[in-house]
Design a protein. Structure first.
Length: 204
């Protein structure tokens, strides 16, 4: 374990020693599973929709972004290879679930290049056609107690964590990596055009 590259020693010790926090069977007077789920659903729906916005302004922002995307040749800039997929996958954290999909980041981290070929085909098709699968947009909110000594019967003592799709996380990493590469390359070309030789340029 000490010499393993894919497992951190102290992370394993922490995971072994960790004690699960007890989950109450009764929250705010509701005792059945469906009722508790509805309770938290209504709570987070109210929380995430409490900030008002102007629909016209939001539509204008959306149209402006769509226009800028359409004017750029994104399919050429964001063309993903198996090597890009491998780099993006390495940025995933291990032992993470995506909630509704039932997938774990370990599945992707331990997959080979044969699987990454299909990832590349999927993500390139997304960029070319400008459309995302609905599953990429879903997040599962899991309420967890704020502390071991918190009253688990009170819904205000829970905080929600969002579990996003594993595929969307890989895609986000790809876009960020490509954007960073393009930005650094633009800076490098700018420096060269000024006649200054950069001491060190790191392209990640």
């Amino acid at each position: 374990m000490l010499n393993s590259e894919d497992r951190d020693f102290w992370s394993e010790i922490k995971r072994i020693r960790a004690k699960p926090v007890g989950v109450s069977r009764n929250v705010d007077g509701v005792s059945d599973n469906a009722g508790i789920s509805k309770l938290f659903r209504d709570k987070y729906q109210k929380l995430y929709s409490c900030v008002s916005y102007n629909e016209h302004d939001m539509r204008c922002i959306k149209d402006e972004i769509s226009s800028k995307i359409a004017s750029e040749n994104c399919s050429e800039v964001y063309r993903f290879t198996v090597s890009d997929i491998r780099t993006a996958v390495c940025r995933l954290k291990p032992h993470k679930s995506d909630g509704a999909g039932g997938l774990s980041s370990d599945y992707v981290l331990n997959a080979g290049d044969d699987c990454y070929v299909h990832f590349a085909l999927l993500f390139n098709a997304i960029v070319v056609h400008g459309n995302l699968p609905d599953n990429f947009l879903y997040s599962t909110i899991i309420p967890i107690p704020k502390g071991r000594n918190a009253n688990s019967c009170d819904s205000s003592n829970y905080r929600g964590i969002a579990l996003s799709s594993i595929f969307s996380k890989v895609f986000d990493n790809l876009v960020l990596l490509k954007s960073l590469m393009n930005f650094l390359l633009a800076i490098y070309n700018l420096v060269l055009s000024l006649g200054v030789l950069p001491i060190c340029v790191v392209l990640y």
